[in-house]
Each structure stands twice: as structure tokens, then as C-alpha cells.
Design a protein around this ligand. Structure first.
Ligand SMILES: Cc1cc2nc3c(=O)[nH]c(=O)nc-3n(C[C@H](O)[C@H](O)[C@H](O)COP(=O)(O)OP(=O)(O)OC[C@H]3O[C@@H](n4cnc5c(N)ncnc54)[C@H](O)[C@@H]3O)c2cc1C
Length: 400
């Protein structure tokens, strides 16, 4: 069979792979997204139990590539966030007004965001969506990559991108190893209906076994992400709905009144992972294929979308200046741009996790003092808020 010449093959059409495809839609680069399965959401009280907090800076990026109109009426603005420590009195509240924004971010169901991205991909003339499909073989040559799909078709491209998640097949084909650390925890997710309306406030309570987040969804529902040590997570998953509701009520406290209703639960193992190489000649890894973090700050997919935007920008510039888009020079520019952000977020998450799960006697006092200090330090607090919402990062230029 004759090989077809394309520009970019993206393996994995999750939120990150699709974001890259959308960002490339006006570049003229012929892009093929290979996704192994249609995503089928797991519903919990009629809503996808997988949600993402998309911070304000990432939302700006999604606006920039035309996704926002497809999300109209389907997102919940996060107007404020309250974080507190179960072990002590320390607590802190972040308000969007403090950084002159209407929202710190938006809560979006993963399947809703994926569908919005897919709608844009379907309208893009230069993007091909191959699903269900998998790459059977990949061979790196000097001038291009040879890709064979499971239907026998062959693609030749100057660049292949791995956006195929934490267990990336492409990463292992390239022989790239990872630094990996399992937290020995799982994140339990579910949709719940509390007695009182959330008013757009996201809550995060740090328990000795891990953080419990109660995130506002559109309507009067909330999504929980309850990270707990494996044994505790097992116990919680085995409880019947009434017993789980009681355990949740006890762990979260009375902020939103009673937990009236709880939907189906699912649990995901949590780990932190970093690929030892983000780029190689004719290969770039983005999203969870390149890095995975603890979901306690809800930043994983945000980091991935930022990778996608920066890579798209570099590829568009390279094409304009007639550079080889798969060359290490071009790909290294994206890596150099992204690594400080990735390492800062990963380092921050590790430190938070250790500080909040430590049973070292002084740790609770340190957390308490830290939260009080941050709460009273106006300029420092807004700096932290601008960083954590991604607003301090430059927005990519118009990608075309
Ligand atoms: C409990 C929990 C809560 C979270 N909450 C948040 C949050 O609030 N905010 C946030 O920013 N992040 C959050 N995250 C992290 C976030 O979910 C991930 O960072 C994000 O899903 C990564 O997206 P991705 O597209 O890189 O990878 P994935 O979502 O893993 O997508 C990979 C895609 O590649 C496809 N694929 C895999 N292998 C192949 C192959 N060989 N061929 C073709 N296709 C393939 C898969 O089918 C999939 O569609 C959370 C994570 C967890 C576990």
C-alpha cells in the first residue's frame, strides 16, 4: 500500500491531543489524530464523573482556539476557593475579585470538553480524526517517521506526537523511560447533590489521608475528588451509598449542609511521573504522556493543554520560516519553554502533598502558619493566585 505524506501524526485524542489538533487548525499543517476508542463517560447522577478544573489562563487559551462557544452554558465558573486543614485551624480563601477576574477557573466535565474540541476538529479541513484506530508500528528515519495503522494504512510525517496518556505506548516505543512515583493513593470521584447551593465556591479540605475536594458543577451539583490511601480508598469504595454519604459528610463537614444524594463512584490510582525526555528528533510528548501529577490542585490537564498550545505555536512558526517541524531544534524550543512551568507545578504538588500528609508534629503548625501568612500577604497572595491560575504565563500568539 502507498504511504500517504502528512505533517503531524498525533497518537491519542484525549483532551490534550485534541487541543493540539484544534490549535493546528489554521496552520495548514495536515494533521492526523489517531485515537483508539470513542470515549464513553461514566455517569454519576447523570453527569460525567470525570471533571476538570480549567484555570482562567487555560480558559483564555481555549478561547483563543475557538473552543469556548462550544462550551457555552456547560461550564461552571469557580468564583472562589476555600482551602482548610482538618488537623488545625489554618484556612485560606481565594476570591476571583482579588485578581480582578470574574472566575478563578471553570469546572468542566471531561466528556463535554472533549466533545467541544472534537466539534472544532470535525470542522477543520486540515485535521483528520481516525477513531477507532491504533498505530501498529512506528519507525523513526532521518527525514521522517513511518507510521502503520491497524487497518494497514501507512503515513509518513516529519513529526509524531505522543498524547496517549500516562501509560504512553509511543513513549515506550521510543524507549523513553520515566521517573515515576506512586502515592499509594487513589482518587475517588463522584457527583453529589448537597443540601445548599455551592455559589461557585470550590472547597478543598486536607485530611490526614489526603485531600478531599468538593467542586461546583453547573446546576446545584458538586463533583468530589477524594484522594485517600489505598486501604482507605478500598474501604470507602466498598461502602454502600448511605454509608459512603455518611463518611463523606463527616470528612467534608457542614459547609454545604447535608449530602442529599450521591451518584456512582469510580476510583483512579494516583501517581507522579515525568518522562526523561519530552522531545527527540521527530517526536514530542505532551500531556500525561510527558508528565503526571497529583490531582490535588487540579492542574494535570491544564499543563497538558499548555504543552499543546506552545507546541502548536512553535510548529506554526517553524512552518512559516520553512524549518523542519520535526527537527530537534524546533522541538527543543517547545521543551525549553515548557519545562520551568512543568517542574514548578510538579515540585509544588509534591511539597503540598508531603506537607499535608506528614504526621511530623510540627507539620500542622507549619501549614497553619503558612495559610495565615498567605491569607494576610495581599501582594504575595495575588502573585500566587496569578501563578496557579496560569495568568502569569504568556498567551500564545494567534496560531496560524
Ligand atoms: C481523579 C482525577 C482528577 C483530576 N482532576 C483534574 C482537574 O481538575 N484538572 C486538571 O487539570 N487535571 C485533572 N486531572 C488530570 C487529568 O485528568 C489528566 O491530566 C488528563 O486527563 C490528561 O489528558 P491526556 O489527553 O494527556 O491523557 P488521557 O486523558 O489519558 O488521554 C489519552 C488518550 O489517548 C488514547 N490512547 C492511549 N493509547 C493509545 C494508542 N496506543 N493509540 C491511540 N490512542 C491511544 C486514549 O484512549 C485517550 O483517549 C485529574 C486526574 C485524576 C486521576
Amino acid at each position: 500500500m502507498n504511504a500517504r505524506q502528512v505533517d503531524v501524526v498525533i497518537v491519542g485524542g484525549g483532551m490534550v491531543g485534541l487541543s493540539l489538533a484544534c490549535a493546528l487548525k489554521n496552520t495548514g499543517l495536515h494533521t492526523v489524530v489517531v485515537e483508539r476508542s470513542e470515549s464513553t463517560p461514566r455517569f454519576s447522577l447523570g453527569r460525567d464523573c470525570r471533571v476538570s478544573a480549567i484555570v482562567a489562563g487555560t480558559a483564555e487559551m481555549l478561547r483563543g482556539i475557538g473552543i469556548w462557544p462550544h462550551l457555552e452554558g456547560k461550564v461552571q465558573a469557580i468564583a472562589a476557593m476555600r482551602v482548610w486543614d482538618d488537623q488545625h485551624f489554618g484556612s485560606i480563601r481565594f476570591e476571583a475579585e482579588e485578581i480582578d477576574r470574574e472566575a478563578l477557573g471553570y469546572l468542566i466535565e471531561n466528556s463535554v470538553l472533549s466533545q467541544a474540541l472534537l466539534d472544532v476538529v470535525h470542522d477543520a479541513e486540515n485535521v483528520e480524526w481516525r477513531c477507532p484506530a491504533v498505530v501498529d508500528e512506528v519507525h523513526w528515519r532521518m527525514s521522517h517517521v513511518e507510521v502503520t495503522l491497524d487497518d494497514g494504512s501507512e503515513l509518513h510525517a516529519p513529526l509524531i506526537v505522543g498524547a496517549d496518556g500516562g501509560n504512553s505506548w509511543l513513549r515506550s516505543q521510543a524507549g523513553i523511560q520515566t521517573w515515576s512515583h506512586r502515592f499509594g493513593q487513589r482518587g475517588i470521584v463522584a457527583t453529589v447533590r448537597p443540601q445548599f447551593n455551592h455559589h461557585g465556591v470550590a472547597y478543598q479540605r486536607f485530611l490526614p489521608t489526603g485531600p478531599l475536594a468538593m467542586l461546583p458543577m453547573s446546576g446545584d451539583l458538586c463533583s468530589i475528588v477524594w484522594s485517600a490511601d489505598d486501604a482507605e480508598a478500598d474501604r470507602l469504595m466498598m461502602l454502600d451509598d448511605d454509608a459512603f454519604r455518611e463518611a463523606l459528610q463527616l470528612a467534608f463537614g457542614p459547609q454545604l449542609g447535608r449530602v442529599e444524594e450521591i451518584g456512582e463512584r469510580a476510583a483512579f490510582p494516583l501517581r507522579s511521573q515525568l518522562a526523561k525526555h519530552m522531545v527527540r528528533p521527530r517526536l514530542a510528548l505532551i500531556g500525561d504522556a510527558a508528565h503526571q501529577i497529583h490531582p490535588l490542585a487540579g492542574l494535570g490537564v491544564n499543563l497538558g493543554i499548555r504543552d499543546a498550545m506552545v507546541l502548536a505555536q512553535e510548529l506554526a512558526d517553524a512552518r512559516r520560516f520553512k524549518e523542519d517541524i520535526g527537527s530537534l531544534d524546533v522541538l527543543s524550543r517547545m521543551r525549553r519553554n515548557r519545562m520551568p512551568d512543568i517542574l514548578a507545578v510538579m515540585g509544588g504538588m509534591e511539597s503540598f502533598h508531603h506537607l499535608f500528609t506528614s504526621d511530623f508534629p510540627g507539620a500542622a503548625l507549619l501549614r497553619d502558619a503558612g495559610m495565615r501568612m498567605m491569607g494576610n500577604a495581599g501582594a504575595l497572595k495575588s502573585l500566587l493566585m496569578r501563578h496557579s491560575t496560569g495568568l502569569s504565563l504568556p498567551l500564545p500568539k494567534q496560531i496560524s
